[in-house]
Design a protein around this ligand. Sequence first.
Ligand code: ZN
Ligand code: ZN
Length: 151
Amino acid sequence: MAKNKKIDDELHLLAARRLRAAGMRYSKSRKAIVEVLASAGRPLTLDEVLDFQSDKTLAQSSVYRNSTELVEAGILKCLASGKDHNRFELDDSIIGHHHHFVCLDCGDIEDFEVPEYLEKEILALEAELVKKGLSVEGHTLDIQGRCHQCS
Ligand SMILES: [Zn+2]
Ligand SMILES: [Zn+2]
């Protein structure tokens, strides 16, 4: 995936602002985690985050601790994939609303977007539920199956 410098800058400014609002610092380790996830373009396990970092400055304990704090600050989202380890990605408020393909064998997760007409239908469905007095926070749609490696 081609990296766009301007988008990177905006991403880091946004992350820094959110952490500051939560009374936290945008440390080098936190920035490195955000950078790895942004360039991967798909949810990663913490082991993958460690493998994919370019300068290998992150220690395992630091990745584990900081990822939890980044979730608390609303910058990362933790996806339980059931199969093995949890996966992390940048929050929807940063990368946009999307859905997941989940591999039932290895637990790998790929991002995908559904066509606009389908999102609209789901939003109409949500509106119906609100009319019935329910409080709606959003929706998730996972497609399950087997990835290229496992099928
Ligand atoms: Zn798989
Ligand atoms: Zn995703």
